[in-house]
Ligand binder design. Structure first.
Ligand code: MEV
Length: 432
């Protein structure tokens, strides 16, 4: 019989594991597995990151070399479980390094915070006090923003807006810059400091006409359409030969254009197309200790900004040139958060030579571009499975507990054969 558990968080790690095994009727071997993946000397660094930690969940930390971004070469740290993502990124990076590289530009770095409130007053009347309210916002946050202002950030603007379809519901939409930090804690702290003063200000001005305004909530927005970066790759069409396979470079470019246009116009394809972008984006975002859920949520919303979900990339083709562009909001940080505490996130930042947040935006966008370019190039030529399953072969062999000798034989055998779980299983059985 399973029982409701009280005080789980207060138990020691060993007691948590014992309770888990008992409650879920699990094998005692699990204790060994969880213990095996603890860090031998610095487990506290990982246990302190979260709660109820019983072990560590390993993911591969890889390097994709040869990313030429605005004429500077980078080696990208990538943390991802999907085989072929790092190989695809590396292959595309090498190709583009020989063809001008990734050209990137940060369009802007604005972030948003929101204070929602209920009020029976008239928002137009309140607009007349906008300048005074802005001064109040700056003044009541001046201690909190002092350091950030020294680093070039702070509160830069605000807007007063109604919430669609909700009478008497309004928001302060406050614009921030957060220098090299992602800024979530900074923004939320500012908002919570501002809200009571802003409500008191409104009440003071309008108490004879309207009821006291009431804060509903204060929170940053993960929708950051003005924290935007652009990444472009461009080359003469003839140069695309290495990716063209059995097609001429011009045919390849035309097929590529068709694939991108389909992703612009068909949401089912757009989601998969953008997923290929996030293969690269998330891998670098996770490696550098950034919040991948925030990045995904914001960028996916941006993909639907005109009311329909579309590709985040666009392709321009003229008679001679192939110009491919990714535009994506990326609210990233290179200081604070996990970048301070997780040893491998710190190492990732070090590998990238301590980039600013703006530089990281450009690096991450390039990773997304590289993976998407590789995926679409495969899709319109050989199909995705050829390369994918080759790399997946090792995973299948490991899952089937193949010996080193069997692995070598299998890699040789499947060099010109279709890889599937069933075929690999059959091969191992036949060679026993
Ligand atoms: C697989 O992880 C990603 C792709 O599906 C992306 C795409 O279809 O463009 C190959």
């Amino acid at each position: 019989m399973k029982t409701i558990i009280s005080g789980f968080s207060k138990l020691s790690r060993a007691e948590k594991v014992a309770m888990l095994i008992k409650q879920q009727k699990l094998s005692e071997d699990l204790d060994h597995t969880f213990t095996n993946y603890l860090h031998s000397s610095e487990q506290h660094l990982f246990s302190d990151i979260s709660e109820n930690v019983i072990s560590n969940y390993y993911l591969p930390f890889s390097i994709a070399p040869n990313f030429l971004i605005n004429d500077e070469l980078h080696m990208l740290p990538m943390v991802i479980e999907e085989s072929s993502v790092v190989a695809a990124a590396s292959k595309a990076a090498r190709f583009w390094a020989n063809n001008g590289g990734f050209k990137t530009k940060v369009i802007d770095t604005l972030k948003n915070g929101q204070i929602y409130f209920k009020w029976d007053g008239n928002i137009q009347d309140l607009q007349a006090f906008k300048d005074e309210l802005f001064q109040l916002i700056l003044q009541v946050t001046s201690d909190i923003t002092e350091n950030m202002r020294k680093r070039g950030g702070g509160i830069v603007d605000f807007d007063l807006k109604p919430v669609d379809n909700m009478p008497q519901t309004y928001q302060f939409l406050i614009k921030f810059r957060t220098a090299d930090s992602m800024g979530a804690n900074f923004i939320n702290t500012c908002l919570e400091a501002i809200a009571p003063h802003a409500m008191a200000f409104i009440d003071e001005r309008f108490k004879d006409e309207y009821n006291v305004p009431e804060t509903i909530m204060c929170i940053l927005s993960n929708y950051t359409p003005d924290c935007l970066v652009k990444c472009t790759v461009s080359c003469p069409i003839d140069q695309l030969q290495p990716y063209a396979g059995r097609y001429t470079p011009a045919e390849f470019a035309e097929r590529f254009k068709n694939a991108v246009d389909i992703a612009i116009n068909d949401p089912y394809r757009a989601v998969t197309h953008n997923k290929g972008i996030f293969n690269g984006i998330d891998a670098v975002v996770i490696a550098t200790g950034n919040d991948f859920r925030a990045i995904e949520a914001g960028a996916q919303a941006y993909a639907a900004r005109d009311g329909r979900y579309r590709s985040l990339t666009r392709l321009e083709l003229d008679a001679d040139n192939f110009t491919y562009t990714l535009e994506i909001p990326l609210a990233l940080g290179t200081v604070g958060g996990l970048t301070n505490t997780h040893p491998l996130a710190k190492s990732a930042i070090e590998i990238l030579n301590h980039p600013t947040a703006e530089q990281l935006m450009q690096i991450v966008a390039s990773a997304g571009m590289a993976n998407n370019f590789s995926a679409v190039a495969s899709l319109v030529t050989t199909g995705i499975q050829k390369g994918h399953m080759k790399l997946h072969l090792t995973n299948i062999l490991n899952a089937l507990n193949a010996t080193e000798a069997e692995k070598q034989q299998a890699i040789k055998h499947f060099n010109d054969q279709v890889v599937s779980f069933t075929e690999v299983k059959r091969f191992l059985k036949d060679t026993k």
